[in-house]
Design a protein around this ligand. Structure first.
Ligand code: B12
Ligand code: SF4
Length: 456
């Protein structure tokens, strides 16, 4: 059978200007689920192709001869996923299966557009599903117990650009912040053995990848295991030009770990700083202290590990001043990038439940659930004011002098990318200004109107 996996991208993300801006932020990569599921199916004799819409438009001729179309959903790409599913099912009579993060949270909704929907990790059910041996409309897939038994992602079936190999050394996270989807989707927290991870890295080295992303939600959750992986990477000459990872501020407490991260070139890390207001950190159950954040900033600079400072905008206890303080703080500690993430109540999280019960969810169009648009009624400001804070944060953080500093601390390539981000941030501001003036019912007009109604 020919099986095609599609990772859809929302309308705005398929725009060429957006694609150009995105290339400054990160290099093209992939959601690994479809590449793993694809390999399992290929090994059973099926012909599999994977398409990531984020980087290239879909070419219909590659899809219309498929027997089954499998669609990955995260919340913000869901309207596009449903649109594709509708067209392919109604006009081309294709069999449609939907899975991934959003479908796992709201399977009944996804089933309106699909023949079958899978909740959770699909490795153990995908073959029977495709071959028609599972008849249920909504299939609950159990979490994979031994991650070492999963085959490595197959990049030969990916038909769209990809410069970075994505690797998951663990699934889930031992923490449970109230807004987090992945710690709930990938539950319980499980880890691969270091040797199994090393084997996958050897494959990427042989394939010629220069960049790798460790996509674990929290790579350093188990510090001893992380150290073992890093040591083996160094010993086996598996150091890439740059390896990105997600971590928490607690990693800075261990200097042996920091040195290994630096030596294994895990030199770009996204950390949820979230807020510099302790009340907010406690409210989201982050289990993080302000002192941890400050210490972490210092230590990362000492070890020349570039920090992507992720801050959440719009927490119930935060005011505009708190947001601005977090931006200034990120500048002060020489963070390499800022990721201002507007608080987003993703389905199936305690935050979603809270806002739903309080009647504070304003926008239910999933395409705006991308952490760049306000979809709820904030506590300490209007939705419009919060949206303005997002653009202000980007504008205040990215400037020419900040980029020059990065040249000095991290060298030429890092400086050039940061310069690119500064230019891209200017485009974003112009786009926002243009859109907020147009009265065509776009999201910014909607937010402006909702804000003036609620404050009058
Ligand atoms: C890599 C990644 C990216 C990459 C690549 C994405 C791409 N090419 O489209 C980049 C950096 C570009 C990216 C961008 C974004 N991302 Co992202 N990303 C991830 C990340 C870190 C890893 C994904 C992954 O490989 N997972 C591991 C594999 C094993 O799991 P999986 O792919 O989900 O697959 C399993 C199941 O879902 C299921 N499955 C998957 N597909 C299918 C299909 C079928 C038919 C079936 C049956 C089953 C099935 O089985 C698989 C195997 O177990 C996840 C976090 C995470 N842990 O998942 C966030 C995540 C998915 N991203 C997220 C977000 C918000 C975004 C952005 C909106 C961020 C932004 N503001 O720009 C954009 C949107 C991009 C888009 N496509 O429109 C959120 C989504 C939250 C939600 N509920 O919607 C996540 C969960 C991060 C988070 N902690 O909040 N992302
Ligand atoms: S620490 Fe990060 S991955 Fe873990 S629960 Fe909190 S937000 Fe999710």
């Amino acid at each position: 059978m020919k099986v095609v996996f599609i990772v859809p991208a929302a309308d705005i993300r398929r725009n060429s200007i957006y694609r150009m801006g995105g290339s400054f932020y990160g290099r093209s990569n992939s959601i690994t689920g479809p590449l793993i599921l694809g390999r399992i199916l290929k090994e059973k004799g099926h012909n599999v192709e994977v398409y990531e819409e984020l980087y290239k438009d879909l070419e219909p001729e590659n899809i219309i001869d498929a027997d089954v179309i499998c669609i990955y959903t995260m919340t913000s790409n869901t309207p596009r996923a449903y649109q594709l599913a509708h067209i392919l099912k109604k006009e081309y009579k294709k069999r449609i299966i939907i899975g991934g993060m959003h479908a796992s949270a709201l399977p009944e909704e996804a089933l309106r557009y699909a023949d079958q929907v899978v909740i959770g990790e699909a490795e153990t059910v995908i073959v029977d599903l495709i071959e028609g041996n599972i008849k249920e409309k909504i299939v609950e897939a159990p979490p994979v117990q031994n991650l070492d038994q999963i085959p490595f992602p197959d990049y030969s079936i990916l038909k769209t650009p990809c410069e970075v190999a994505n690797l998951m050394t663990s699934r889930g996270c031992p923490f449970k912040c109230i807004f987090c989807t992945t710690s709930r989707m990938f539950h319980p927290y499980r880890q691969r053995t270091p040797d199994n991870v090393i084997e996958e890295l050897e494959m990427y080295k042989k394939m010629g990848f220069k960049y790798v992303n460790f996509e674990d939600d929290n790579f350093t959750a188990n510090r001893e295991r992380a150290k073992e992986i890093l040591t083996k990477m160094i010993q086996n000459n598996l150091v890439f030009k740059e390896t990105f990872f997600f971590g928490r501020t607690d990693l800075a407490k261990d200097e042996e770990l920091l040195a290994l991260l630096r030596d294994a070139h895990l030199n770009r890390v996204l950390i949820g700083i979230e807020s510099l207001n302790q009340e907010s950190l406690d409210y989201i159950d982050k289990k993080q202290k302000i002192e941890d954040i400050e210490y972490c900033g210092k230590m990362l600079e000492k070890y020349k590990i570039r920090l992507i400072s992720s801050i959440v905008l719009g927490l119930d206890y935060d005011t505009k001043e708190d947001i601005r303080k977090a931006v200034e703080f990120s500048k002060k500690i020489n963070a390499y990038q800022l990721q201002p993430a507007i608080l987003t109540p993703y389905p199936n999280t305690p935050l979603y439940k809270q806002f739903e019960e309080e009647g504070r969810i304003l926008i239910k169009d999933w395409q705006y659930y991308d952490m760049m648009n306000v979809v709820f009624e904030p506590n300490n400001m209007s939705p419009w004011e919060l949206e303005l804070e997002f653009f202000k944060a980007v504008n205040d953080f990215y400037n020419f002098s900040g980029a020059m500093k990065m040249f000095k601390i991290f060298g030429f390539e890092a400086g050039m990318r940061r310069l690119g981000l500064w230019i891209a941030s200017k485009f974003g501001k112009t786009f926002f200004k243009k859109k907020s003036k147009k009265e065509d019912g776009n999201i910014y007009n909607q937010l402006y109107e909702l804000s003036t109604v609620s404050s009058s």
